[in-house]
Design a protein around this ligand. Sequence first.
Ligand SMILES: [Fe+2]
Length: 170
Amino acid sequence: MASKAHEHLLDWLRDAHGMEQQAEQMLKAQAGRLENYPELKARIEQHIEETQHQADLVEGCISKLGGSPSGVKDTGGKMMAMMQGMGGMFTTDEVLKGGIASYAFEHFEMASYRSLIGAAEYAGEPEIKQTCEAILKQEEAMAKWLEDNLPETTMKYLQRDETEGATAKR
Ligand SMILES: [Fe+2]
């Protein structure tokens, strides 16, 4: 571990790894509940696969710096508390709250990777920087999809809610 910047980079990559594990849990819970929103469910399932791959990529960056991932519960600190608070929104049995929480969480992830990109550049770790840029693109794509689809999903919810015998919230 050469410099202070490297130590921070390693810590922040561990945070990102915990964040991806948290994301996977939340997305799985959300996809598992959805019954009447097949497009949303499919997009979430695609992002679960991406998220698993992202966790592996971040783990690779951690190993490259000579560390090992600490796992969700050991990450600790304010970041984790905040993510868990957001995670609470996913436990709601309701498609729109889940969609809104996902959109917010994707932006939290995007901010984390933007910061990591700067840290990797400062520390002189171009490969780690590239990895973070590639992950950032996937988070942005997911956020954009939700951005484009939340109004429509909401209209579908309202329509189902007015239809006798139809379930709206899942
Ligand atoms: Fe992610």
